[in-house]
Design a protein around this ligand. Structure first.
Ligand code: NAP
Length: 293
């Protein structure tokens, strides 16, 4: 089937990634918000998927509040794990590519200051990441045509999205002479636009399996990330390193969420560029939107 005649169904279509996937993906796309398709409703999932008959499902919907998941494990497993199972059940024995957006946060704590690759053992430490990993296992044990994409700290969303970390830090820096950020956790700030391009490459080259999908970043902490955001917005604000007591988290997140696109590199199809280049481009776009407001 040619690329352009493929129909892609996107879950979580009002989320930060889902909204932008709908805008950016170059196939015919139909998106469903949580109100239109609650993925934890198994009957509704089957009915809706049968009526739409997609060639590809990109499953972005999730209970994404990592802190809240700790206090609500039932909800986390219901949406993130069972919700995925409901979609997978429909795909079994059908010629559908199932694309699951996972997280580099699932790797856990086995490595310090070294990027995880796809062959590393997975040891999630939080309820959120455990529920995402259980979903990965369900996909792997029931489907052949799947992509599990473990991505990093996403940026590139619209201003109104609650998960828009970049815009939130801009507002904070605009309104304060100094702000604080955590220097203890490393990861990969990752552009939604680059991720969507990479998804299209993986589809084009008929790739299946698990892939890290992050922008290149070498030992970048949240603090480094926030400093770069403030610098690019040219805010008159100093970013200081937060001490241990300032950002107490309910979720025992790993200090190392950083990953490398080991498999994409081995296959010579890694299109994910350096995070700073993509962040700069995104912030230029945001600045224009802010000026137009
Ligand atoms: N943002 C990141 O830095 C990051 C990093 C790694 C991986 N990811 C993964 O990327 C995906 C997208 O994340 P995001 O940043 O776009 O998060 P988001 O903005 O919170 O989007 C998640 C979406 O899922 C929807 N949803 C929640 N419960 C649902 C349910 N029961 N049925 C259907 N939809 C439901 C939400 O709808 P409502 O708003 O209406 O509840 C929302 O539209 C997630 O799978 C996440 O785990 C994100």
């Amino acid at each position: 089937m040619s690329g352009t005649s493929m129909k892609v169904l996107i879950t979580g279509a009002n989320g930060m990634l889902g909204t932008n996937l709908m805008k950016l993906i170059s196939y015919e796309a139909i998106g469903f918000t949580s109100k239109e398709l609650d993925v934890s409703d198994s009957k509704k999932c089957i009915e809706l998927l049968e009526s739409k008959n997609p060639n590809i499902i990109i499953h972005t919907a999730a209970y994404t509040n990592v802190e809240d998941c700790e206090g609500n494990p039932k909800k986390a497993y219901k949406i993130n794990t069972i919700g995925t199972q409901n979609l997978v059940n429909y795909c079994i024995n059908k010629d559908i590519l199932f694309i699951y957006i996972s997280s580099t946060g699932i790797y856990g704590t086995k490595k310090e200051n070294i990027h995880y690759n796809e062959f590393d053992e997975v040891n999630p430490t939080t309820i959120h990441h455990k529920s995402k990993y259980e979903a990965e296992k369900i996909i792997q044990s029931h489907l052949c045509k799947y992509l599990i994409l473990r991505t990093g700290w996403l940026f590139g969303g619209d201003i109104q999205h609650n998960k828009n970390f970049v815009y939130k830090r801009y507002l904070e820096a605009k309104n304060n002479r100094e702000i604080y950020s955590d220097n203890s956790q490393i990861g990969n700030p990752t552009s939604i636009k680059d991720l969507v391009k990479q998804i299209e490459i993986l589809i084009k080259y008929n790739q299946y399996g698990i892939f890290n999908c992050v922008n290149e970043a070498k030992n970048i902490s949240r603090y480094d990330y926030v400093r770069k955001i403030v610098e690019l917005f040219e805010c008159n604000c100093e970013v200081k390193v937060a001490d241990d007591t300032m950002f107490k988290r309910a979720a025992p997140v790993s200090k190392n969420e950083s990953a490398e696109n080991f498999k994409l590199n081995l296959l010579k199809i890694n299109k994910m560029i350096n995070w700073e280049i993509s962040l700069k481009e995104y912030i230029e776009k945001l600045k224009m939107e802010i000026n137009e407001k």
